[in-house]
Design a protein around this ligand. Structure first.
Ligand code: ZN
Length: 262
């Protein structure tokens, strides 16, 4: 779709997401997808996280950039610069406010240089195969995540409910600059898993160093419902070794604990 159409679609999707959340306090996997959508908006058109929150029609009040939870509880990730760093609900970034030093822009989205280089190659190869895909989110700063998470606490009424739809600050893999969310333009989030682009990625992404980070059926290991749109750079050596061995998660491959926060 063109830019104007996308902006219209984007705002109507957010309004629909907000309405849906207000009409039900029950957690659902779809809510996580809406969280992604709203986070994705913060990556576009130089929106700040605060601007994004203001753009949600019925957002109750201004959010201050204060973590709602004690993010330091599990902050034992030793080296956030490693391309195989595991950030999940058991292992948050240390220090929680860490940011990559080599952020670069690819198609308007910030990510680490190594991620951008290989993502660009992968996009070129997919496009050459007639299966182009785009980006909807990549690097998110700690303060972006504070604002996003606190917004969901207010919308959903508790940190327990917010945890079902948004990563706590310091616990988002997007903060590493190694993760990106993909779409096909007409197909964003859940439906991405049914596209030819997704099938192509399943076959070819490992050669470019990317893995599907939250595969179907492994929520107990990763801590997240399936996210066919979320791909993580780990380097081709690791990605191809995982593919060869049939091990689908970084947690299992590296022997690192995962699952829920507690
Ligand atoms: Zn993601």
């Amino acid at each position: 779709m063109d830019h104007e159409t996308f902006r219209w679609w984007e705002s109507s999707e957010i309004a629909a997401a907000q309405k849906k959340l207000e009409s039900s306090t029950a957690a659902s996997p779809n809510n996580r997808a809406f969280a992604h959508l709203i986070a994705a908006v913060s990556q576009t058109e130089a929106h700040s996280a605060e601007q994004t929150i203001k753009s949600i029609p019925s957002y109750p009040k201004k959010v201050t950039a204060t973590p709602t939870t004690n993010a330091a509880a599990h902050c034992d990730v030793g080296n956030p610069t490693s391309i195989t760093v595991v950030v999940n609900k058991k292992h948050c970034i240390n220090p929680p406010s860490w940011a990559p030093a080599d952020l670069t822009s690819l198609k308007g989205y910030l990510m680490r240089g190594v991620t951008a280089d290989h993502m660009q190659q992968m996009i070129q190869a997919a496009t050459a195969a007639g299966l182009p895909f785009g980006l909807t989110s990549a690097y998110r700063s700690y303060s972006d995540q504070v604002a996003t998470y606190n917004n969901w606490v207010q919308v959903n009424g508790s940190t327990t409910a917010a945890d079902t739809v948004s990563a706590r600050p310091g616990y988002s893999e997007h903060q590493t600059g190694l993760a990106a969310d993909l779409d096909t333009g007409s197909c964003v989030l859940e439906c991405f898993g049914g596209t030819a682009q997704y099938a192509w990625l399943k076959q070819n992404a490992a050669s470019f160093g990317f893995i599907e980070r939250y595969p179907s059926g492994l929520t107990g290991v990763t801590g997240y419902s399936p996210e066919p749109w979320h791909w993580r750079y780990v380097g081709s050596e690791t990605a191809l070794a995982m593919k060869r061995s049939g091990v689908q998660t970084l947690e299992e491959y590296l022997g690192i604990s995962g699952g829920d926060y507690n």
